[in-house]
Design a protein around this ligand. Structure first.
Ligand code: DAH
Length: 318
């Protein structure tokens, strides 16, 4: 910068020289002018170079194509803070990819929904006490952070119903985050994850549903499992079942130790009808279950609260 200032004052002095041309005898003015011009060109060139090198210092050239690993570039800052995928996300991916291998499409759930999708479209009668069973949160505007992924069933049926006309089946799973106004303890969280399954075709039946579910759980736990069902009640299925698996020995289970993993059943005709699907021609089954419980069993975790706690000691174990 200093050099640039010096050059500027040199240039100023030189410009003043030009005024003296009148004092120079006429025959020497040409030579005088050429000399001044040459000096001026030299000074201007030096100024350009000085400006360029000043810029070089100010702007560190950035090579956006250079490979960069932040953890390597700034080890003191980042090496101990390297993040990782949350275990529930990793497991949710595994769950979804097992269903994908079985031919299911995926539609993600949402985090805010309305009374219609959460209840009406699922055949919950108005004022029916079953609505209370879902311990729903509500916003001041009356919207609902969904309490189950079934809130997506109506959308799935509508989005895919053209497949039925083409002679294909609807086969979709819906992973999503759900919310319930529950007292939190080691086995209950206000925020957790579910995965819903919806299947519709001309001639599907409950046996196929149980086959799909068994296949899913055996793939997820990587072993053969004993399964069992017991009657359940959901307004959107008829009949409704609860699906249980015998807790695997290697996961600390004893014989006859059955765990309820999800709710399921044949989709109620009213649910199909509301989505514009003729229940006299098409039939469907659906299921929905918690992901947190699935993962806790797989890893022998005792406290569901760890998942949403942000507890780094817990998260670092995965
Ligand atoms: N949504 C139910 C719950 O959260 C679970 C469920 C039961 C989903 C039956 C279904 C179903 O799709 O058919 O308790």
């Amino acid at each position: 910068m200093e050099e640039l200032e010096e050059l500027k004052s040199e240039l100023k002095k030189l410009n003043a020289e030009y005024a003296k041309i009148r004092e120079v005898p006429v025959e020497k003015r040409g030579e005088f002018g050429r000399e001044l011009n040459a000096k001026k060109t030299a000074i201007l060139e030096k100024m350009r170079q000085a400006e360029e090198s000043a810029l070089d210092v100010a702007v560190v050239p950035l090579d956006i194509s250079a490979p960069c690993n932040v953890n390597e570039a700034l080890p003191e800052l980042y090496s101990t803070l390297q993040g990782s995928a949350h275990p529930l996300m990793t497991e949710l991916d595994r769950v979804v990819s097992i269903y994908q291998m079985m031919g299911f499409d995926v539609m993600e759930s949402r985090q805010l929904d309305d009374e219609f999708h959460m209840f009406d479209s699922l055949n919950f009668a108005k004022e029916h006490p079953a609505r209370d069973g879902y311990d729903t949160f509500r916003t001041e505007e009356g919207l609902i952070p969904p309490a189950h992924t079934s809130t997506m069933q109506h959308r799935v049926l509508k989005a895919y119903r053209d497949k039925l006309v083409r002679g294909e089946e609807i086969a979709v799973v819906v992973p999503g985050r759900v919310y319930r106004n529950e007292d939190v303890d080691a086995t209950h969280e206000h925020t957790f994850y579910q995965c819903e399954g919806v299947y519709v075709s001309r001639d599907c039946n409950m046996g196929q549903m149980l086959g799909i579910l068994r296949e899913f759980f055996e793939k997820y736990y990587e072993q053969k499992l004993n399964i069992r069902t017991q009657p359940g009640y959901f307004p959107f299925t008829e009949p409704s079942l609860e699906f249980l698996i015998e807790k695997p020995k290697m996961l600390g289970g004893k014989k006859g130790d059955y765990l309820e993993m999800l709710g399921c059943g044949m989709i109620h005709p009213n649910v199909l009808k509301m989505a514009g699907i003729d229940p006299t021609t098409y039939h469907g089954f659906a299921w929905g279950g918690g992901i947190d419980r699935l993962v806790m069993l797989r890893y022998g975790l005792k406290d569901v609260r760890n998942f949403e706690s942000g507890n780094l000691n817990f998260l670092k174990e995965f």
